[in-house]
Design a protein around this ligand. Structure first.
Ligand SMILES: *Cc1c(COP(=O)(O)O)cnc(C)c1O
Length: 488
């Protein structure tokens, strides 16, 4: 399978590239993204065939259907990363919380958030490719909390890859910070930046755009890649679990193969939702994908009105920080799929120059064939957390936004899967607050919830508080480059 560009070709880059090139150098012409030239069929016959498959078998079949240029032993070894999950035979459990509502738990990996689903196997493949080509790569990430730990964890001690991770000092939870600053691995660098996440992210963008920095990298024979969800390598692994959820409902006897279901996806950069869109397009019977947001509800506007407008917005900090995003990267891939390269380029140029784009009525209607959307405030989220905690199920604040979409947006009473993107342990002070307890920091919140709700704290979380801190550097925005050069 070949990959093409969402904003068309500039005559300098190749018009079509292999999967390996698309993931090693993920930026396409005109600032666009790579997308598969066509999709395989995950139709009824495929679903029937995989009713008895394990997660890894299904994943292997999905990757094979995409015909990517990665050898099968590398793919097998990459999929073995799912053996690090809590239950290797069931890495993504499906839990019933209502008569017709099921939670697909995507957080059973090493860093307790859904980023592990894709980053774990992706990290292995990227490092293997770099070794095969005899090239060295630098991955830089700015994180508000979940991407950083998952990126460090997947690449630690992997040959030919160095990772630098920038986080806003004081802007993450204790658990998230400890996951980063205690990480071992000679090839990792973690830098706290004075300022908020926006400052951190813009410093990284400035650094990546500076010729000076590129010259320094060239001098050291290091290439740049990216591990965020602009990289199709991550999206590929985010198609698999949507097919898996469907099969799980069939295995539980809730549906027969062919019956329609709803999916509810808590969204930020729209990578998770894009995976669902590709699964639907490839033939999985999904009636609609319901998009849940917090009050940074630009995706709700985009889907319900066709207007994407940054001009009257600034980012608001919420209790679901991984969804505090205004420029959502992966909507571009949906728009390309529906409206083509020329229109996509026009719309994103408008977004860059005027801070906004407006779809036609017809285009907006096309979007609503696949999606609907709503958003929740922090207070609404806390009510949902309290409601389900009283029934014995703990939801994290991101997952909690899904319940409103489940209640309000379904037109038919079809079985529904909502995605849980983080374990409660990553956002314990918010959960304690929802249950009426003001905690002083994560460790107190974790213990209080553990006792009150009779749930165990997993060892990789409780152990964090005893681990040696290995990364202590906290710098001003202006000193990031200097720190990076020391590391390289
Ligand atoms: C990253 C993340 C999201 C958003 O996922 P996207 O694919 O960027 O839409 C939601 N919840 C949690 C906990 C996350 O870490």
């Amino acid at each position: 399978m070949q990959f093409i560009e969402t904003r068309g070709n500039d005559g300098k880059k190749a018009k079509k590239v292999n999967f390996s090139d698309a993931i090693l150098s993920p930026s396409a012409s005109f600032g666009g993204l790579y997308v598969p030239e066509e999709l395989p069929a995950f139709d009824r016959a495929f679903l029937d065939r995989h009713l008895g498959s394990s997660y890894k078998e299904l994943a292997g079949a999905v990757l094979q259907a995409f015909g990517i240029d990665i050898d099968s032993s590398t793919i097998q070894a990459a999929l073995e990363r799912y053996d690090l999950f809590d239950d290797p035979s069931d890495p993504v459990p499906l839990v019933q919380i209502e008569e017709d509502c099921f939670v697909s738990e995507l957080f059973h990996g090493p860093t307790r958030a859904f980023k592990d689903m894709a980053l774990q196997p992706f990290g292995y493949i990227l490092s293997k490719l770099a070794q095969q080509r005899g090239e060295r790569y630098l991955i830089m990430a700015a994180t508000s909390g979940d991407t950083g730990p998952a990126t460090l964890e997947t690449f630690k001690n992997q040959p030919n890859i160095q990772v630098a991770c920038l986080y806003p000092d004081g802007g993450t939870s204790d658990v998230q910070r400890l996951q980063m600053v205690t990480e071992e691995g000679q090839n990792l660098k973690v830098i706290g930046v004075k300022g908020n996440f926006d400052d951190t992210q813009s410093s990284l963008k400035a650094l990546l755009a500076s010729k000076d920095f590129h010259d320094e990298l060239a001098l050291r024979d290091i290439k740049l890649s990216a591990a965020n969800s602009v990289n199709f390598g991550r999206i590929l692994f985010q198609i698999i679990y949507h097919i898996h959820s469907y099969l799980e409902l069939a295995r539980k006897g809730v549906i027969k193969i062919g019956d329609a279901i709803y999916l509810v996806v808590p969204s930020g950069n729209f990578g998770n939702a894009l995976g669902a869109y590709y699964a639907k397009k490839a033939g999985v019977p999904i009636r609609k994908i319901l998009i849940a947001s917090n009050i940074n509800n630009i995706l709700t506007d985009w889907i319900t009105s066709g207007v994407y407008d940054l001009t009257h917005r600034s980012l608001i900090r919420t209790e679901s920080p991984a969804m505090d995003i205004l420029k959502s990267s992966n909507i571009e891939r949906v728009m390309f799929d529906k409206f083509g390269a020329e229109r996509t380029k026009e719309l994103f140029e408008s977004l860059e120059s005027e801070g906004k784009f407006v779809l036609t009525e017809e285009e907006a209607a096309q979007l609503r064939e696949d999606f609907d959307a709503t958003f929740s405030s922090d207070t609404e989220g806390e009510e949902v957390i309290a409601l389900y905690a009283n029934r014995g199920y703990l939801l994290d604040p991101h997952t909690a936004t899904c319940l409103k979409a489940y209640r309000d947006l379904r037109v038919e009473q079809l079985p529904t899967v909502i995605y849980s993107t983080a374990e409660w342990t990553k956002f314990s002070p918010t959960i304690a607050k929802a249950l009426g307890h003001r905690a002083e920091g994560d460790i107190e919140a974790l213990k209080w919830i553990s006792e009150n709700q009779r749930v165990a704290i997993p060892p990789m979380v409780s152990g964090l508080f005893e681990k040696t801190i290995r990364h202590t550097i906290i710098v001003d925005k202006d000193s990031i480059k200097e720190e990076m050069l020391k590391f390289l």
